[in-house]
Design a protein around this ligand. Structure first.
Ligand code: SF4
Ligand code: SF4
Length: 204
């Protein structure tokens, strides 16, 4: 007869006293360990919509889509594809919003019937160029930059206007009242191309 090893015996006694190591899933909901690396989740209130996580993701599980239509204000959808993610945590590590715009969760139940539904999104308000209408950045991202660089933001009208408008103290009349062949357009929220054209070209 083969006798159990001492270690196995000790484990068996421990299991009798403290209960089994395995859970009774699916009869009972499984509670993962707090350090379990589950599905990353966006936090809409913390994310600034910079797309840094999209750049860093090794398997392209994060994407964004800029939406400009009549259904609402311009917005950026940040999309996380749960069927592609490998839960590596690179997105959280690279997140510029103090690693809190997207975070790994302990969510592990990711089964679904339709693969097309295996994604989650958040919406961030998008700022458009006031001349051509192209997307510039998310409003929160502009504010994030202006907060980081402090008074240097006042060297860039896109940044300081975004900040003044967020504070509710921008005087829109000053921007719209000036009509001096492109020069007034410099004091607007502009994309890089329109900013260059207001500076380097002369209107006919
Ligand atoms: S955990 Fe890794 S694979 Fe998943 S979205 Fe983040 S970076 Fe991409
Ligand atoms: S703030 Fe963080 S979560 Fe949001 S888009 Fe940027 S890197 Fe991704």
């Amino acid at each position: 007869m083969k006798y159990p090893k001492i270690r196995e015996l000790a484990e068996a006694i421990k299991a009798v006293v403290h209960g089994p190591y395995t859970s009774r899933f699916p009869k009972e909901a499984h509670v993962p360990h707090p350090n379990f690396r589950g599905q990353p989740k966006f936090d809409e209130s913390k994310c600034v919509g910079c797309c840094g996580c999209e750049e860093i993701c090794p398997v392209e599980a994060i994407a964004h889509r800029d939406v400009v239509d009549d259904a609402g204000p311009p917005r950026r959808l940040m999309i996380h594809y749960t069927d592609t993610c490998i839960f590596c945590g690179e997105c959280e590590a690279a997140c510029i919003a103090d690693n809190e715009g997207i975070k790994l969760s302990t969510d592990w139940e990711l089964s679904f019937f339709d693969r097309k539904q295996s994604y989650e999104t958040i919406e961030k308000e998008l700022v458009l160029c006031e001349i051509c209408g192209d997307p510039i950045a998310c409003k929160d991202h502009l504010l994030w930059i202006s907060e980081r660089i402090g008074e240097l933001a006042y060297s860039n009208p896109t940044l300081y206007l975004a900040r003044l408008r967020a504070l509710g103290i921008a005087d829109e009349n000053i921007v719209s009242a000036l009509k001096d062949d492109w020069r007034s357009d410099r004091v607007k929220i502009l994309c890089a191309r329109c900013r260059r054209e207001t500076t380097l070209t002369t209107a006919d």
